[in-house]
Write a protein that binds this ligand. Structure first.
Ligand SMILES: Nc1ncnc2c1ncn2[C@@H]1O[C@H](COP(=O)(O)OP(=O)(O)OP(=O)(O)O)[C@@H](O)[C@H]1O
Ligand SMILES: [Mg+2]
Length: 321
């Protein structure tokens, strides 16, 4: 992928939360990566590692503590009001919880039409109605659903409404924050397949946050692995699964059940000891050093940076190079 295709560039991004006068929680602690136009970048890692904070800071929902996020070369956190309005139309979000993210007092039509009204996208009420109905059909719902309230729908259907709402303003970038983890396992695949189809049809770029690697594999072109506020590995998804370099990624992959017993037997099993340390006082050096089976003295003092350890494959670990 050439440099011209970069849609989002994240440089040394930090997002800290001030808990009180003495304690600062380092949710995102010096993260750099690029997202190329048309790709889906998966972000994985255990609960609390900073995925949501990273995603939300990247789209300007949160202010940043340090570093920068450039969207088509423009600093997301320094846009004037007019630029910001345009940006909030181009960049949409799909939330984890389709129960709390949709207003129960609004009809489905109004939920979906709200953004289009803000951006004055339809010339008439008739046009708006037609647009909403087209959107409902494109996410696998019926035009008649427009006059109902969200409590009348299942979790999977609600998430489809959330997707229609995001697509209503014709975005070019989607932040999907665990969009299926609150859904029944039986409908998860349907919603993922719908997202894959819509992304292709509309040439969307997206950042897809998820807990586990097995899910993210299907939808992502590349995957970034986060651990305690850091990006520890970033690679094309096939490559990451075949050839994980970082001990943390290896451990995450060991946790995925493999249907083929032959492959399962050959796979290196890494079991992590202990809990993720607190992001208030992360370990010095490599944040993973307290749980890493290969830890050395250097890891406890020097923070490894993300380096290209194979073509297009980046790893932040002193074991490499
Ligand atoms: N508004 C906030 N104020 C203080 N701390 C916060 C805030 N939001 C997040 N955090 C903390 O920042 C860290 C990262 O949280 P974040 O929600 O980004 O993680 P996550 O990877 O998305 O987790 P999950 O998989 O559970 O959604 C956590 O320790 C969390 O408690
Ligand atoms: Mg989250």
């Amino acid at each position: 992928m050439s440099e011209q295709n970069v849609i989002m560039e994240v440089n040394h991004l930090k997002k800290y939360f001030r808990l009180d006068s003495k304690r600062t929680l380092k949710a995102v602690d010096d993260v750099s990566f690029k997202i190329y136009e048309g790709e889906t970048l998966g972000i994985v890692g255990e609960s609390g590692c900073g995925k949501t904070t990273c995603g939300r800071t990247c789209i300007g929902m949160y202010d940043r503590t340090d570093g920068e996020v450039l969207y088509r070369g423009e600093d997301v956190h320094k846009m004037d009001t007019a630029k910001k309005k345009e940006f909030t139309k181009k960049v949409q979000m799909i939330f984890q919880d389709p129960y709390s993210s949709l207003d129960p007092r609004m009809k489905v039509h109004d939920i979906i039409a709200e953004g289009m009204r803000i951006h004055k996208m339809n010339a008439s009420r008739a046009e708006e109605i037609e647009e909403v109905q087209n959107l409902l059909r494109s996410v696998g719902l019926n035009a008649e659903h427009a006059s109902r309230y969200v409590h009348e729908f299942s979790g999977g259907q609600r998430q489809r409404i959330g997707i229609a709402r995001a697509l209503a303003v014709n975005p070019e970038f989607l932040l999907c924050d665990e969009p299926i983890s609150a859904l029944d396992v039986s409908v998860q695949a349907q919603v993922v397949n719908l997202l894959i189809k819509l992304q292709k049809e509309r040439s969307l770029t997206s950042m897809f946050i998820a807990h586990d690697l097995s899910m993210v594999k299907h939808i992502s072109d590349r995957v970034g692995v986060m651990y305690l506020g850091n990006m520890v590995e970033l690679a094309p998804s096939g490559e990451l699964y075949k050839n994980p370099f970082h001990p943390y990624t290896q451990a995450l992959l060991s946790a995925i059940p493999i249907p083929d017993p032959k492959i399962a037997r050959n796979k290196k099993q890494i079991r992590l000891q202990g809990e993720v340390p607190s992001p208030v006082n992360p370990p010095a050096g490599c944040h993973f050093c307290s749980r890493c089976p290969y830890v050395t003295d250097r890891c406890k003092s020097e923070t490894p940076v993300l380096k290209e350890t194979a073509p297009g494959h980046f790893t932040a670990c002193h074991l490499y190079g």
